[in-house]
Ligand binder design. Structure first.
Ligand SMILES: Cc1cc2nc3c(=O)[nH]c(=O)nc-3n(C[C@H](O)[C@H](O)[C@H](O)COP(=O)(O)O)c2cc1C
Length: 179
């Protein structure tokens, strides 16, 4: 059984696994612009301390790699349109990013992005206050809920009963939607 919802830092995963007995976690919004979260998860699952998040220079190199891959796959126009939102997520919380945020949100070319990113201070450390900054469509935190009776029978793999009726189905979809 996998837990899901509000995994922003590696310790959130440990906390959820301890509290619910789930075998692992699914990460949604927490990895948007924070792909190193998976390295941290691997480290804490191994019983090690997680590394500190990268500085801005390292993130800029990641962004350039990400953008180059998007452009190779989608072409420059579509790739850079998609990259605009990733730019906002990657740079969220860095003091120096405010000056280039506007330009990054209207990017058309890879060259535009490189030019704007070159204006940033590559030595700026990751702002720890931004670790839990919400990203993605649903900016709210979600209430964590287990299926009824889940903790009473951890070895029981029977799937929960499906919803009956339109109203119950709508309530399920509401509870599950997040991305
Ligand atoms: C980029 C993104 C794409 C997602 N796509 C789906 C999807 O296709 N189907 C789905 O059921 N949930 C999808 N979700 C929802 C997540 O699986 C997850 O349930 C939700 O984001 C809550 O977890 P979080 O707090 O870690 O974001 C998506 C979430 C994100 C951020």
């Amino acid at each position: 059984m996998l837990g899901n919802g509000d995994i922003w830092e590696s310790f959130d995963a440990l906390r959820m696994m301890r509290a619910t007995g789930c075998d692992g976690v699914i990460v949604g919004r927490g990895c948007l612009g924070r792909p190193w979260l998976f390295r941290e998860l691997a480290q804490v699952f191994d019983g090690r301390e997680p590394e500190l998040p990268p500085d801005l220079g390292t993130i800029v190199r990641l962004m350039e790699d990400h953008a180059a891959r998007l452009v190779a796959f989608f072409g420059e126009r579509e790739g850079m349109l998609q990259m605009r939102k990733w730019c906002a997520w990657y740079t969220k919380g860095f003091a120096g990013s405010a000056a280039v945020r506007g330009a990054l949100s209207t990017l058309d070319t890879l060259e535009d992005m490189r030019r704007e990113l070159a204006r940033l201070d590559s030595a700026e450390a990751f702002p720890l206050v931004a670790l839990r900054a919400h990203r993605g469509k649903g900016s709210r935190s979600q209430r964590v809920a287990l299926p009824e009776g889940y903790l009473d029978a951890l070895d029981d793999d029977t799937p929960p009963r499906s919803p009956h009726g339109a109203e119950e189905l709508a309530a399920w979809e509401q509870a599950l939607s997040g991305g």
